[in-house]
Design a protein around this ligand. Structure first.
Ligand code: F6P
Length: 324
């Protein structure tokens, strides 16, 4: 069947995540297979507003699936948050014959996509973020690679922490969400985890726990601290003063966003990218691709942005039971 639209654009926006290239590749190849042509837009919405784009062929995305980062580069655009910027972006689409646009990114990027949809450009969001903090989907591209990277790094910190019989506070990314921290807490067998969703800032509880564990003969004490709480270095100083135990802070930072994507991120990137191209070929607009209840589905952007996500209750209880 002939596609409802002829030319689409694809961009990555916000923080990069491993697997974004798999998604770009799938958008390009699936769209071309359906008779559409594709323009790659560089540096997210900033590049769209500046008209920084070029045609992409199926060959242009060869050898990209195993690469970290995004071949289209990315940016956080302030201009796109203004009505003027949104109108400029929509006009740039019209000037370049772009009838449909795939936006690979997080909630902030989807808000921009929603605005472009209101201005007549068919837009589809694809969830790409290491944070797993998009409510309408059970998976976001990049999460698996990031938690594996963080898990390996935490194992390494734990080795040296045990050798020196220290306490270690390890800060992981996740903006205001604790998914990376919670997964690493279970995977690394951490003694404590601090999650922005339920942390009460009571450091005495931590201090008592460290002292109790030391009395029981534990040689290390790993505290995973989520970025949303932060302040790992000052926390380490206070804990050292209160417990008398050497305490170090390690902030994993941007290394969690890099690296070759895992199999899961390559496959989710491919499936979600292809799904987005399918939606555009059907003329759909203002949708977010999601993985929900084990199926690939799509949600209205505004509906998706209004949804709330919590940390899974049972995971929290299991984590608590295992850290005793
Ligand atoms: O959204 C992904 C993420 O890595 C967050 O975990 C973090 O808060 C933020 O991006 C960091 O952004 P930047 O790379 O702009 O400092």
């Amino acid at each position: 069947m002939a596609p409802k639209i002829n030319t689409i654009g694809v961009l990555t926006s916000g923080g990069d995540s491993p697997g974004m290239n798999a998604a770009i590749r799938a958008v390009v190849r699936k769209a071309i297979s359906q008779g559409m042509s594709v323009k790659g837009i560089f540096q997210g919405y900033k590049g769209l507003i500046d008209g920084d784009m070029r045609d992409l062929t199926a060959r242009d995305v060869s050898d990209t699936i195993a690469k970290g980062g995004t071949i289209l580069y990315t940016a956080r655009s302030r201009q796109m948050r203004t009505p003027e910027g949104q109108e400029q972006a929509a006009q740039m689409c019209r000037d370049n014959g772009i009838e449909g646009l795939v936006v690979i990114g997080g909630d902030g990027s989807f808000a921009g996509a929603g605005k472009l949809a209101e201005l007549g450009i068919c837009t589809i969001g694809v969830p790409g973020t290491i944070d797993l903090d998009i409510a309408c989907t059970e998976y976001t591209i990049g999460f698996d690679t990031a938690i594996n990277t963080a898990m390996e790094a935490i194992d390494k910190v734990r080795d040296t922490s045990t050798s020196h019989e220290r306490c270690s506070i390890i800060e992981v990314m996740g903006r205001n969400a604790g998914h990376i921290a919670l997964w690493c807490s279970i995977a690394n067998g951490a003694e404590d985890v601090l999650l922005p969703e339920n942390y009460d800032y009571n450091e005495q509880v931590l201090i008592d726990n460290i002292i109790r564990n030391r009395k029981r003969g534990k040689k290390h004490h790993i505290i995973i601290n989520a970025e949303g709480i932060g302040h790992s270095s000052s926390m380490a100083r206070r804990i050292e003063a209160a417990t008398g135990l050497e305490t170090r802070a390690t902030i994993l930072g941007h290394m969690q966003r890099g690296g070759s994507p895992t199999c899961r991120d390559r496959v989710f990137g491919s499936m979600m990218g292809a799904y987005a191209a399918d939606l555009l070929s059907e003329g759909k607009s203002n949708r977010v691709v999601s993985y929900y209840h084990g199926k690939y589905v799509d949600f209205d952007i505004q509906e998706a942005l209004a949804m709330q996500k919590e940390l899974p209750e049972y995971m929290l209880r299991v984590n608590k039971a295992l850290t005793v």
